[in-house]
Ligand binder design. Structure first.
Ligand SMILES: NC(=O)c1ccc[n+]([C@@H]2O[C@H](COP(=O)([O-])OP(=O)(O)OC[C@H]3O[C@@H](n4cnc5c(N)ncnc54)[C@H](OP(=O)(O)O)[C@@H]3O)[C@@H](O)[C@H]2O)c1
Length: 321
């Protein structure tokens, strides 16, 4: 099967399997990203909020400088953080990210969350996270998405972002965005795994010509260490009997089955791993396939259970309702 998804407008090829940079420690990030590229990853998924773009950029540039890959063979995604949605802050936030990454352009720039937080100056705190410095509550700002998006579109016009898209948007927001966008989003990145399948949502988004990237493909696994209650109490998806039996039948790992499940639906994945062996096996999900019977069994695991929800982190921001 093809190893890439084609993006609208540019026709750029987005790899089906990328490497996620969330929770990659600063001291490891350069080597981890370099190792991922050496092992065949061509998509790197970062964000200002992950606080490691300098080191991620070093890993990318090391691989380019050593001739392992050319810049044009890589697909670099990053994301605009919530405190920079106001039209006067989008460009300065993007410029800081591009400088940190030490790149001349990104392949995909996403609006990370549809949550306009009050601005925090870059020199005051970076990345600022969800709160104003010294506070422990969320403060919203009057930054309309249509103004934010118009600024993001200018990054395309200026050749700084080849493609643009959104993350954590629901259908209503996307439908609204499509009414005013001069440049339609090329991609949507959302939490997606067998416990949160969102079939009608996926179908609608794909029908709009917007490619989907799934994050947190292993469901609760990523949220246990964050102390998310229902991630701790949920049956681990990575050890689920249905997944284990399918994995055994294909002589693959449970993680590979969970990643391949998305790929079967035409959805990209961006697993992260600190282990080179897991990194390599996570990347190997394109040369084999699941059967219709496998997919039917996994379809039954849906619990409509979301882990990466601001409400989960104690903020009264029910953005997915
Ligand atoms: N747009 C957004 O709001 C958003 C939100 C969340 C994530 N993301 C993106 O999506 C990426 C992936 O999401 P994620 O970090 O939540 O989850 P993930 O990559 O699906 O899962 C990461 C966890 O799974 C473990 N793991 C990786 N491969 C494994 C394997 N083969 N077998 C067993 N365990 C394995 C990792 O541990 P080890 O490191 O020890 O292997 C880590 O604890 C992020 O890095 C980020 O780029 C985006």
């Amino acid at each position: 099967m093809a190893s890439t998804l084609t993006l609208n407008r540019t026709g750029d090829k987005m790899p089906f399997v990328g490497f996620g940079c969330w929770k990659v420690a600063n001291e490891d990030a350069e080597n981890t990203i370099y190792t991922a590229i050496k092992n065949g990853y061509r998509l790197i998924d970062g964000a200002a909020d992950y606080g490691n773009e300098v080191e991620v950029g070093r890993g990318i540039n090391k691989a380019i400088n050593e001739g392992i890959v050319k810049r044009e063979e890589l697909f670099v995604t990053t994301k605009l953080w919530n405190t920079y949605h106001k039209k006067e802050h989008v460009r300065e936030a993007f410029n800081k990210q591009l400088k940190d990454l030490n790149l001349e352009y990104v392949d995909l720039y996403l609006v990370h969350f549809p949550v306009p937080l009050k601005h925090v100056a870059i020199e005051t705190a970076y990345p600022p996270g969800w709160f104003q410095p010294g506070e422990e509550k969320v403060t919203l700002d009057r930054a309309p998405m249509h103004e934010c998006w118009a600024e993001v579109e200018k990054l395309v016009e200026d050749g700084l972002a080849r493609n643009i898209g959104v993350s954590n948007f629901n259908v209503q927001l996307l439908m609204d965005l499509l009414t005013y966008a001069k440049i339609k989003p090329a991609a949507l990145q959302v939490e997606l795994h067998p416990y949160l399948q969102q079939s009608t949502f996926v179908k609608w988004v794909q029908e709009q010509g917007i490619q989907i990237t799934a994050y947190s493909s292993f469901g609760p696994a990523s949220f246990v260490s964050l102390g998310v209650d229902h991630a701790i109490t949920a049956a681990p998806l990575l050890e689920h009997d249905v997944i284990s039996n399918i994995a055994k039948a294909h002589n693959k790992s449970n993680a590979q089955v969970l990643l391949r499940w998305s790929v079967e639906k035409g959805i990209a994945v961006i697993p992260k791993s600190s282990s080179e062996a897991r990194m390599v096996s996570n990347h190997d999900v394109l040369s084999w396939s699941l059967t219709e019977a496998d997919m039917a069994q996994i379809a039954k695991l849906d619990l409509n259970m979301r882990f990466n929800d601001p409400v989960t982190y104690g903020f009264n921001l029910p953005i997915f309702n």
